[in-house]
Design a protein. Structure first.
Length: 211
């Protein structure tokens, strides 16, 4: 498939670009004041969001990670297909459970999170981990936000996907408690839910504590 100027291949056991991916791309386009940023795409899947952000901002560095080995291989394949559009970007693809194997700080961190309510079974099929956000749908997102804080640069931004079918009010409250602020939200209604792309920054007080 061709999406936003990128050639993207798909794979049966890897999360496919869908409406939430398109909404995340809108959120990426809305980001301001980033010149040659360092970008991290967590749970990269096909790689579409990381590749698009790197192309859009002429990123200096792009790290794409996923807990699914197949996703890592597919993201690498899609990077090779679009390598000419990412000239000057240093690209790394690695297997990681959220920030388990991630080093350094980033200007932009993207996470199309597993945001639907599901099981807490520790032995979920790997493809189910792409959408299963735990009993309230926000458990994975909260773990991500807690770990992301030390990997986000002072003036960096997080793009996080969420669903109205999850415990979205608790998620917003915890974002504030964790030292972030929501700068903006983009919303699209699909079938029985609203998909929400949150752009999240560190709040000023948290920035001072983090220096």
């Amino acid at each position: 498939m061709e999406l936003e100027g990128l050639e993207i291949k798909e794979e049966a056991l890897v999360y496919r670009p869908a409406e939430d991916s398109l909404l995340a791309i809108k959120a990426i386009k809305a980001l301001k004041n980033f010149s040659e940023p360092e970008v991290l795409d967590v749970g990269t899947g096909s790689g579409i969001l990381g590749l698009y952000a790197a192309m859009f901002f002429h990123a200096k560095k792009l790290v794409m990670s996923d807990i699914n080995k197949r996703a890592c291989r597919l993201a690498e394949r899609n990077y090779m297909l679009n390598k000419d559009k990412l000239s000057g970007t240093n690209v790394t693809i690695l297997k990681s459970d959220l920030f388990e194997n991630i080093k350094g700080r980033y200007d932009i961190i993207i996470f199309n999170a597993p945001y639907l309510k599901g099981s807490i079974d520790a032995h979920l099929p790997i493809i189910e981990r792409a959408w299963n956000g735990g009993l309230t749908g926000i458990e994975v997102s909260l773990r991500f936000l807690n770990e992301a804080f030390s990997h986000l640069k002072k003036n960096g931004a997080i793009i996080l996907l969420a669903s109205s079918l999850s415990d979205i009010d608790t998620l917003r409250k915890r974002i504030d408690e964790l030292g972030y602020k929501i700068m903006s939200e983009l919303k699209e209604h699909y079938f029985f839910e609203d998909i929400i792309a949150m752009t999240i920054l560190k709040n000023k007080k948290a920035n001072m504590q983090d220096e």
